[in-house]
Design a protein around this ligand. Sequence first.
Ligand code: UDP
Length: 363
Amino acid sequence: MYDYLIVGAGLYGAVFAQQKTEQGFRCLVIDRRNHIAGNIYSEKVEGIEVHRYGPHIFHTANEKVWNYVNRFAGFNHFVYSPIANFRGELYNLPFNMNTFVKMWGIRTPEEAQEMIQRQVAEAGVLNPKNLEEQAISLVGTDIYEKLIKGYTKKQWGRSCRELPASIIKRLPVRLTFDNNYFNHPYQGIPKGGYTEMVSRMLDGIEVRLGIDFLEQKKELVKLAEKIVYTGMVDAYFDYRFGELQYRSLRFETETLETENYQGAAGMNYTDDAVPYTRIIEHKHFTFGEGNPGKTVVTKEYPQVWKPGMEAYYPIGDDVNHALYQKYKELAEKEENLQFGGRLGTYRYMDMDQTVAQAMEDAR
Ligand code: UDP
């Protein structure tokens, strides 16, 4: 009946389905959840667009991807500039001149550089082998101790010495007064929200919600020539080689009777003693849109993933990579079956990478 059965109505699944439909193929998209848009799903509460599975800020340097998403949504001019809160001291992120001035009372890029170099020399880090050494070699010990150590331990559930240096390389370090968290030239939040954007991608495509593929696999596979699976690759193969590890999150969302709670979309709590990593105040993604006198905030509590929970972050260590390779080899042997997206390919992917990958795979 269909050329493609696409399992998962998240960003990857929606882009893949949209592209294949445009090429003239018949697609059916299914999802286990009762809504589309996967983890970029957002919905209105008190007139405020709430990011239900964590904050998503679209940013890219890829012009093709930017032009593509703009077919389905206009984007506002939001620029992510989160604040770090360490025991009530507030600092600008990412690490830039505003952070250094507040931390050390210095004034110039030269003074900031001297300060960092002195701390790196005192710590004696030459060849960073783990996240702690990498962080110190980038920004010195003060910033590591106050803004990185506790946050990272909470986020990943391990000490910075047991984590790969690569995790922290995502963050820019700048000797300018620039609080933009990202280096990409294009950035914004879709006007009307992410769910509406995905819904436009899926316009005219058959979508069935509340269907668990793995539970009804036998009947479902008969519906299409080819399957595109965006769920967990280890679950697809019934955990044959064992479970891949993930970090999960618990979100605590509440509506507050206040106009403006924290004055920023994101505030990171970098002290290990605070159990959550950050508080998101959703209305600031759209410049305060929403009912007057109300705001919606979400606290994020990282946790170990266990079966039945939502898997958010793949763990990028050697053990998990090796295990994923075994599943990947298995996946490549399957005919008419392709894996995609963050869970299907066990990769931490930003939204723009997800769109780019889906476009390429569809091609
Ligand atoms: N990080 C940190 N303090 C912060 C923000 C980030 O130490 O206030 C570190 C932490 O190790 C985190 C990494 O930088 O895992 C990458 O941060 P990013 O914001 O890119 O994480 P995301 O939530 O987007 O994965």
